[in-house]
Design a protein around this ligand. Sequence first.
Ligand code: PMP
Length: 431
Amino acid sequence: MIEAEKSAALLARAAAVIPGAVNSPVRAWKAVGGATLFIARGDGPAVIDADGNRFIDYVGSYGPAILGHAHPEVVAAVAEEAARGFGYGAPTELEVALAERIAAAVPMARKVRLVSSGTEAGMTAIRLARAATGRPRIVKFDGCYHGHSDSLLVRAGSGAMTLGVPDSAGVPEALAALTRVARYNSLDAVERYFRAEPREIAAVIVEPVAANMGVAAPAPGFLKDLGDLAHRHGALLICDEVITGFRLGYGTAHEMFGAAPDLIMLGKVIGGGMPIGAVAGRADLMDLLAPVGPVYQAGTLSGNPVAVRAGLKTLEILARPGTYERLDEMSARLGDGIAEELRGTNLNGCVNRVGSLVTAFLGVETVRDADEARRADTEMFARFFHAMLERGIYLPPSQFEAMFVSLAHREVEIDRTVEAARESLASLARN
Ligand code: PMP
C-alpha cells in the first residue's frame, strides 16, 4: 500500500472548496477508483506526491512536459522572465519570436494567434471557419476532444468519454445540433453529411492522431482524403494539433500524414508547461481576426511573456539534433515492451503507439475508432492502473488517455516500467 496520509488530508480539504476536489475532472480518478494523489513536485521523468512517494510519470501534464518536469534550462528562462514582470496587456518581442518559430516549422501556419488554452484555440478556429464560409455546421469525430467549448463538447473523448458523459448539461440543444459526428478513420458519415447539407458545413475538425480515446493512428490516406472531401464541398479542414504539435517531430503531424488543413490548433508543448494555445493557418483566414477583421477574439493573458518564454526555450531544445529520434527510441522500447508482456499473459489487449503517444488497451485486439475503444475492459484497466501505481509507475488514470513519454525518460525508467507491467499483468492474469 502507498502511504498517502497527506494526500488524503489534502483531498478532504479540497473537497470542501473545489467541486469534486479537482480543477479538471480526469484528475479525480473516477474511472479507476481510489483516492487521487496530490503532487508536490516534478523531477525529470518523475513526480513526487505530497507524502514524498516518487513515481515514474507518464501523465506528463497531459502532454506539455515533453522535456520531463522542471527542465533546468526552461526553469532558468522562466525565472529570468518572471523577474521582469508577468505581462503587460501590450505586445512583447517574445510573442513575435514564438509566432516566427511556429511559422518557420509549419509551412501552412502563415499567421499565428496566441491564446491561453487548447479550448480557446478550438473555439476560435471554428468561429473563424464559420465566418469565412458563412456556414453554421461543424463535423467532428466521435472520441476526438477539442476542448470544452459548447460546439465541440459533443461525443468528445478524454474526460467526457471516461466519465460516460459525451454531451454536457448546459450545452443548448440548438447549438449541439450544429455539430455532426462521424466515426474516426471513416469518410462514410462525412460524405453523407456533405451530401445531405451541401452548403451548411463550415469545417471538419480532426485530431490527426486521435489521442483522447486512447491513442488511435489515422488510417493511411484518411487525413488527406478528408481534407480533399472538405475542400471539394467548400468547407475547411481544421487539424487539432494541441497534442500532436511538436510532439511527434519538430512541427506538426498533419504534414507527416499528408493532410492540408486550412487552420490548425496548437497548445501543450508550445507553452513548455505553462498555459498556452494557438490558432494558426492561412493568412487570409487569420486576418479575419480582430483587430483587422470582423471575427472577435481576445485574451487578457494571451501571449503571456512567462508562458511564451517557457515555450520558446522548450522549442529551442526540441530543435536540437537527435531529439525526436531519441524520444521515438524510448517510446518504442516502452510500447514494444508492454506489448510483449501482454503477449506473455493470456490477457487480450493491444498497444497503440504513434511516436511518444502510447496506449495499452486491455480486453480488445484492435482500436481504430471510439467504438472499438469503448469495448476495452475499463475495469481491468483500473486494476492495471493501481498495480502499476503500487510499483511506482504513474499512468494516466483512464483507459482513454495517452501515456506521454518524455525526453527525460531513459532506458532505466522505461525498463522499470516494462518490468512493472510484467508483474502487474501477471497479477491480473492470475485473478
Ligand atoms: N485538443 C486536444 C487534442 C486536446 O487533447 C486538448 C486537451 N487535452 C484540448 C484540445 C484542449 O486543451 P486545453 O485543455 O488546454 O483547453
